[in-house]
Design a protein. Sequence first.
Length: 143
Amino acid sequence: MGYSGTLLYDGRQWTRWRSGDTPDVAGPWLVVDVHDSEFTTLEYHPEGPGSGVAHLGDTPADVTVDVPREARGLAAWWAEVHGETDDEAVRRTESVITDYLVDRQARRGHDGDEVDEGEVYAEIRTTRLLVALGLPVPDELVR
């Protein structure tokens, strides 16, 4: 594992991107920034009721995480990308997103229990989230 990279989804396709650079493309877009398998930062535009940034995995101590807010914002972004106007569908998607964003450290295997690699590697969890959101998965994440 050990993947690090930044990718931009412009609503049609994925391209490599520069970490920290805000895209100058029409929204909605999503930037996925995987940090050496540890965590992923998801930055999206337009910003919804959240901050426009969500986090997956073991985020650094200096990163403030507000899972409900991040899930609401990313669900609003998802609704725009998919043209979804059904409030119940958006709430279901928000719930799915919440499951991916919560700190899963406590759920990891202990004393020989089997460990799900999606709980350990950020690129696997990111891939699973993209699939759950009905988005294409960039080749870089499935190598």
